[in-house]
Design a protein. Sequence first.
Length: 147
Amino acid sequence: MRISLALAGLTLILLGSPGCSKEPAKTNEPVTAAGGTKLIDPSQATLMSPAELATKADITLYPNAQTPDGKSNLRTANGTTRYEIVMTSSDSADKVLKFYEGKLKGAERIGTDVKLMGMTPKGNYVSVVTEAKDGKTNITLVVNAES
């Protein structure tokens, strides 16, 4: 009986369970890629680090900022690619925003001076959002580009 169960189990492993696909389940949940970038398409999961993601989005990472693992992501829908890059810096929010004011075309501060809107040199729309927390500045860059 043990041999029969073992053979049945081995057969299921080798051939797959009846009615089950060997293909991984498709999901809209981001998967974490090498370097901490989250991607919707699991087939791209090893393609981009946060630095590569920033290059593709036509945006500069803030100098000396940390890019926490698993926080940045890429989403594509309806002909638009949305890049979200998350960083942390010991610099003030004002210093971060001044840096991006010098990098973005048509840069304009929004609201309570913690957000900046503008365009990359290639014309991608950018939102820079800062948040002071625990003596650091959290920085989120959101870049929308045509796919």
